[in-house]
Design a protein. Sequence first.
Length: 208
Amino acid sequence: MFKQNEKIILASQSDSRKKVLDMAKIQYDLPKNLHSDEDEETFKHSVEHLKMEEYIQKISNFKALEVSKLNPNITVLSGDQACVLNGEEIRKPYTTTEAIAQLTSFAGKTFELITSLSLCKNGRVIWEYQTTASVTLRKFSMRDAENYVNIEETAEDGDSVVGVAGACRIESPYGMHMIKHVSGDAYTIMGLPIHALVDELYKQKIII
């Protein structure tokens, strides 16, 4: 138990996913080359007709498969996540201005985070998993949102919320002040439901 037979490859640039794997002491490498944004966008367009849950899983699978093709005999992990408010997917903010605006618009509301994971080996999906959690934010002003985003961006112990669904980090000491209630697994909200992954890594004999 607790012995890892082989490293996995994490086909993700998500700081949160790296953080969760580090917390679980799971050894991983990052791929030397990820697929291009253009390739991912092309794939997304090809599956955008699917239901949200299936769409997210397909994207997660795509990310792992692309890396798996270039790394034979190595297990590749990837994930994808969608932020959903009132039945509509909300894209991640890509600037601090967008993060402040998104966080302000979410104040006092509940949004869902649909998270998918994939394991691939030798160009084949060997495991996929999906779960959903929800976050209810406290009611706060735009000024509060500005203060929070600025703290995360500038504090020594802060974590950028640019590129984070909902523009709020549940694991952050500052983010905890913005959240009223969480339903579901906190690691799901962080983008990597670790308990399901660890269980599968034992089944695959990657950890023994």
